[in-house]
Every structure is written in structure tokens, then in C-alpha cells.
Write a protein that binds this ligand. Structure first.
Ligand code: M1P
Length: 252
């Protein structure tokens, strides 16, 4: 890329966990220095993470992250910050409406009341800002119970069967279902993946939107934005690889 690239026309968007930081770690001083002092003078920079702002802030050395990066998009962009100011905030209840949401939750509770498992604990529906997290065993189970449920589910397909039942009951509700962890599955509106943040960039007229992520394979949470026609996707293995990719891209 030309060294005199116009900063206003290009943006580099970064996934956080695994891309700028080691998984569940803080960004290293070296990586932060590189991004802010070598990359930022050449391109706008933004963060798009699946987790909430508090988690992003912890990993990126505190709330000053809002001033260091031109854009910060927690929860895939349901919350949006531009130049340190909040510009947008979306939630599942605002989007779906109470009536629909409650019909859905009531069905979930009814369905779960018919499911018998080796053990069952509490907190079966966790209401988050941008999604419902549903756990047949209950989120308050112990680590040993969590591990046991994961094994049990591999042969009994409790979560898969429940998702099939939800799809059959609510064919037009517009939800996506994702089994990402051990004991639960996530439910969120179609399109509320990382591509959601791109709508906040529309009016800023970028000619190139580069995205860097480590989970760009199908099923990974970077897949949709990585393969979106509006972005130029870069798969990276870890923060060091992100740095190398940026050095090649900007001739650093
Ligand atoms: O990151 C993957 C998943 O991790 C947790 O799942 P579980 O508690 O089932 O292991 C949840 O935070 C879930 O939302 C998330 O997708």
C-alpha cells in the first residue's frame, strides 16, 4: 500500500481477543505502541468485539481505549463509540418488543420443564443486552457438572433438539441460534454478528475497510464480517501475526 495513503479513506477494524491480545489477556505494551504510533497515523483504527465494553476495556488497558481508537464497537457494534463518544445503543428487547420476547421465553421455560437430565441446576435463561443465553442444565452448575453436561450433550443432543423445537415453534421470528460453549446456546436476531458494526461506518465513506480476526473460519464469530463484501478480510493466528500482516500491508 502507498505510504501516503489518505488516513480518512481507510479503516482497519480489529477483533480483540486472540487478534490484538492473547486469549483472555491484556494487550501487550509492544502491540499497543505499534498500533497507536505506527498504524494509526496511516489509517483509522477500530475495535469490534463480541464481549461487552467492560471486558474490552479490561483487555485494552482501561476506558482510555475510547480515545485511543477512532471507533470502538462492543457487543458486535450494538453499542457504538466514535471519537470517544457513544453514538448508538441497541438491545434485544428494544428490537424484538416485549410481547414476542416473552412468548419466546415462556416457550423456552415450558420446554425445559419437560427435559430430564442427570442433574439440573438454576439460571436457565440469561438475559443479556444483545442475546438470550439458554442453558438446559442451568448456568449455576459447578465446573464438574458443566464438564459432565458437555459430554452428555455430545451423545444426547439436548441443545440441538431444543433448537430444532424452537425453530419449529417460531419459524419466522428472525433469530439465529449458536452453540458456542459447553452448557448453553445463544439466541440473537439475524445479522447481529460482527457485520452489525458496519452500519455505523456507512456514512463515513471509507474506500477500504480492512478486518483482522482469528476466528474467520465458517462457524467462527469473525466469519461473517471477514467474508462480507464490504470488507477486505485478513485471517491472523495471534497478535504477532496481526502485527506482521499490518507491516506488510502498510510497508512498515
Ligand atoms: O464463547 C462461547 C460461549 O461461552 C459461554 O458458553 P457456555 O457457558 O455454554 O460454555 C457463553 O458465554 C456463551 O454465550 C458463549 O457463546
Amino acid at each position: 500500500m502507498e505510504p501516503n495513503t489518505k488516513r480518512e479513506s481507510i479503516i482497519c477494524l480489529f477483533d480483540v481477543d486472540g487478534t490484538l491480545t492473547k486469549p483472555r489477556n491484556k494487550i501487550s505494551d509492544d502491540m499497543e505502541d505499534f498500533l497507536l504510533n505506527r498504524v494509526k497515523p496511516l489509517t483509522k483504527i477500530g475495535l469490534v468485539g463480541g464481549s461487552d465494553f467492560q471486558k474490552i476495556s479490561e483487555q485494552m488497558n482501561g476506558d482510555s481505549v475510547l480515545l485511543k481508537y477512532d471507533y470502538v464497537f462492543p457487543e458486535n457494534g450494538l453499542i457504538s463509540f466514535k471519537n470517544g463518544k457513544e453514538t448508538c445503543r441497541q438491545s434485544i428487547q428494544r428490537f424484538m418488543g416485549e410481547e414476542v420476547l416473552q412468548k419466546f421465553i415462556n416457550f423456552v421455560l415450558k420446554y425445559l420443564s419437560t427435559v430430564t437430565l442427570p442433574v439440573k441446576r438454576g439460571t436457565f435463561v440469561e438475559f443479556r443486552n444483545g442475546m438470550l443465553n439458554i442453558s438446559p442444565i442451568g448456568r449455576s452448575c459447578s465446573q464438574a457438572e458443566r464438564d459432565a453436561f458437555e459430554q452428555y450433550d455430545k451423545t444426547h443432543n439436548v441443545r440441538k433438539q431444543m433448537i430444532d423445537a424452537l425453530k419449529a415453534e417460531f419459524p419466522d421470528i428472525g433469530f439465529t441460534y449458536s452453540i458456542g460453549g459447553q452448557i448453553s446456546f445463544d439466541v440473537f436476531p439475524v445479522g447481529w454478528d460482527k457485520t452489525y458494526c458496519l452500519k455505523h461506518l456507512e456514512e463515513d465513506g471509507f474506500q477500504e475497510i480492512h478486518f483482522f480476526g482469528d476466528k474467520t473460519h465458517q462457524g467462527g464469530n469473525d466469519y461473517e464480517i471477514y467474508s462480507d463484501s464490504r470488507t477486505i478480510g485478513h485471517t491472523v493466528k495471534n497478535p504477532e501475526d496481526t502485527k506482521e500482516t499490518l507491516m506488510k500491508l502498510f510497508n512498515l
